[in-house]
Design a protein around this ligand. Structure first.
Ligand code: HPA
Length: 271
């Protein structure tokens, strides 16, 4: 694994010379944030050695380098999901590469289903904690001490300073937003009504199929992580509603402006 990370990192550095400070992962329907980046380089995933290839509609499949909010960023436009059949190590390989390229923090976005009765479709949720119900963990297997400890601490999975700043930015902009707990399940089915109720009962506000593997790898490396979600559907209430991937993408795309504005302001406010 160390050789692969080095090979990919060397390739990217030779192509771009980029030294990004912040790593961004754009979730379902949220890839438009890239339009705000003043792009210096863009590499197709298919051209990068050892990179998995994205298969889901709504995921662009490019590694973008440039400036956002005055900062040097690297953005994954299109992430890899466990439900696509990738291993957890494949899902998180691009994060390892971002870290090897020198990023100081990870900023992630996703679309989620809301179970908290106070939440509405289109709300923003700043994630402050998570429950990993994926059936695996990217750190299973040999630990490379060069990358992080065997038993990483997870008492502060999401950075409190970034959470507070993002909440203040959302409030100032007048966006409906919450600070909540994210649970990740493997998917690809959306949840049954009983599953949504179960996920609510164990303490989660929103559910999705991503983000946690990337955060685990970020925390393994000791990097502050920040994650923000758009509630694209609601689950666990009476009169269960049908959900489709198309609707999820539609709501996510409609809310993209808010999320983009928050991430941009957040980057402006940190160093
Ligand atoms: N469940 C799981 N993942 C999701 C959902 C959901 O309701 N909405 C968007 N991603």
């Amino acid at each position: 694994m160390l050789d692969k990370i080095k090979e990919t990192t060397d390739f990217i550095f030779a192509k771009t010379g980029a030294k990004p400070d912040y790593g961004i992962v754009l979730g379902s329907g949220l890839g438009g944030l890239v339009n705000e980046i003043s792009i210096e380089h863009a590499l197709e995933y298919t051209s990068i050695p050892n990179f998995p290839v994205s298969t889901v509609k709504g995921h662009g499949g490019k590694l973008i380098f440039g400036k956002l909010g005055g900062k040097n960023v690297i953005a994954l436009q299109g992430r890899f999901h466990f439900y696509e059949g990738y291993t957890m190590k494949e899902v998180t390989f691009p994060i390892r590469v971002m870290i090897a390229l020198g990023v100081k923090s990870l900023l992630l976005s996703n679309a989620s289903g809301g179970m908290n009765p106070d939440y509405q479709i289109g709300d923003i949720v700043i994630i402050h904690d998570h429950i990993n119900l994926l059936q695996s963990n990217p750190l299973i297997g040999k630990n490379y001490d060069e990358l992080g400890p065997r038993f990483p601490d997870m008492s502060e999975p999401y950075d409190p300073t970034l959470i507070a700043k993002a909440k203040a930015i959302a409030d100032k902009a007048g966006y409906r937003s919450h600070i909540g707990v994210y649970v990740a399940v493997s998917g690809p089915c959306f949840e049954t009504p009983a599953e949504y109720r179960y996920l609510r009962n164990i303490g989660a506000d929103i559910v999705g199929m991503s983000t946690i593997p990337e955060v685990i790898v970020g925390r393994h490396a000791g990097i502050p992580c920040f994650a923000i979600s758009i509630v694209t559907d609601l689950g666990g209430f009476e009169n269960a509603q049908k959900i489709s991937h198309e609707e999820v993408l539609e709501v996510a795309t409609a809310s993209e402006v808010k999320l983009t504005a928050i991430i941009k302001e957040l980057l402006k406010s940190i160093d």
